[in-house]
Design a protein around this ligand. Structure first.
Ligand code: ADP
Length: 422
């Protein structure tokens, strides 16, 4: 199928989030983990490449993004999207601005927009300031992020040091008057030489106006939500064919394993809720793993009925996590757990399990790597930003759901199982 749209995401669960929202349109979406080494063949109308460059050195992020752009252009894409986090995770050095400028240069475009708003998840932009729920970004928990502490809420001030050309604002008043008004504002800013335009959005209606106004822009940048209306607009425009829908609902052989390495507050609730329903569960303790290895978990897994969707989890409360981290180091504890869950995934596949539910962004990366998954076809959505995906592992068709920490409702694990069978 002809590819129209190519997106480059700065991390893995950010890519699945975007994939899930785009797939709501019914148009086929394909997600690649890293830039494929081989030239494009059999691409989907909407293609996403997941990079791991949110906190990489700037040169590496720019190089990877340009390689992704080149691959997507070879696939035939004509519209491009640079996807980053809805909390604008970056530092004065980058990587949001430098990647955007590099993509603009390669595409020969003079202007792009920046809209990380995601009203459904409480991210709004007003007068260029980003809010997380009711808090300005710099007063939200993001102020203490270990890698990208966000200490200013104003997107123009955050972006300017990251780029070489001028930054401007299309504010809510321009957006609220509709697509023509926004287009006029963008043209006015372009006339003043403004290359980088932050666009306000506080509600879903704003995102529709922005998508409509920018539907012909070669490059847009933002969170996942502003891209969501685009496929429907392109279907109406005739840029996407009505038969662009993919075979989205597939049901591989039954047998499920749930693997949870996220320690977020929501994942803790999800694990508790799943255990309360009587699901068989095995807890991985990083200290035990460091001492005794993963064999105990693998033996336990072999004994379980795969139809009962057993859970293996390292998910723990903050005190247990910091106790393990004190003993093993933050990276050390993380790596031991990720390796154990990856081993469990491979053992599960080798005994015939074909459905995988994975909780945690880093955990998802480790599990997909171990399973040798490099391409995912996006299927039905379980929760906002978390679709079932279909892939191949060791020549077998599998279904895999990859959930970043705070996504999904308390009933997420059962929701996932029910969604695939519905
Ligand atoms: P999230 O999406 O919630 O951030 P991630 O999988 O990205 O989840 O990150 C969680 C990290 O915590 C992983 O590196 C994982 O291996 C690690 N981890 C999981 N359980 C524990 C634990 N009990 N103690 C210490 N670290 C843990």
């Amino acid at each position: 199928m002809k590819t129209l749209f190519g997106a480059i995401a700065d991390d893995f669960t950010g890519a699945t989030d975007l994939a899930g929202l785009l797939a709501r349109s019914g148009v086929a979406v394909s997600l690649r983990i890293g830039v494929p080494p081989e030239p494009p063949a059999q691409t989907a109308p909407l293609e996403i490449i997941a990079l791991k460059c949110r906190t990489a050195p700037v040169d590496e992020a720019v190089g990877d993004s340009r390689a992704a752009l080149a691959w997507l252009r070879r696939a035939g894409a004509e519209r491009f999207f640079w996807k980053y986090c809805s909390t604008f995770d970056s530092t004065p050095a980058g990587n949001i601005g430098p990647v955007a400028e590099a993509l603009m240069a390669d595409l020969g475009v003079e202007q792009t927009i920046y809209c990380p708003a995601f009203p459904e998840n409480g991210r709004a932009i007003f007068m260029g300031n980003l809010f997380v729920g009711e808090l300005p970004l710099a007063e939200s928990p993001m102020k203490d992020h270990p890698l990208t502490p966000m200490r200013d809420s104003n997107l123009l001030r955050l972006l300017q040091p990251q780029v070489t050309r001028p930054v401007g604002l299309a504010n809510r008043l321009a957006v609220a008057r509709g697509p023509d008004s926004l287009r006029a504002r963008l043209a006015e800013l372009a006339g003043d030489g403004i290359a980088h335009v932050v666009v306000d959005a506080v509600a879903d209606e704003d995102l529709h106006v922005i998508a409509e106004a920018c539907r012909d822009m070669p490059l847009m940048t933002g969170g996942s939500a502003v891209a969501m209306p685009l496929p429907e607009i392109w279907l109406e425009q005739g840029l996407l064919a009505a038969d662009a829908a993919g075979p989205r609902r597939r049901q591989p052989a039954a047998g499920t394993v749930v693997l949870s390495g996220s320690c977020s507050a929501m994942t803790n609730l999800q694990v508790a809720a799943y255990r309360d329903r009587g699901a068989p569960a095995f807890r991985l303790d990083p200290l035990d793993l460091a001492r005794d290895g993963v064999a105990g978990a693998l033996e336990w897994l072999q004994r379980q009925d795969a139809e009962s969707a057993p859970l293996i989890y390292a998910t723990a409360d903050p005190q247990s996590v910091s106790a393990a981290q004190q003993e093993l180091g933050v990276a050390g504890a993380g790596e031991i757990v990720e390796a154990a869950l990856a081993d469990c995934a491979v053992a599960a596949r080798d005994r015939g399990i074909r459905r995988f539910v994975v909780a945690g962004g880093e955990t998802s990366g480790a599990v997909t790597r171990a399973l040798g998954v490099t391409r995912l076809d996006v299927g039905v959505e379980i929760a906002p930003g978390v679709p079932w995906c279909h892939a191949e592992s060791a020549g077998q068709e599998i279904a895999i759901a990859l959930k970043s920490g705070n996504f999904g409702a308390e009933s997420f694990f059962t929701d996932a199982l029910e969604t695939l069978d519905r």
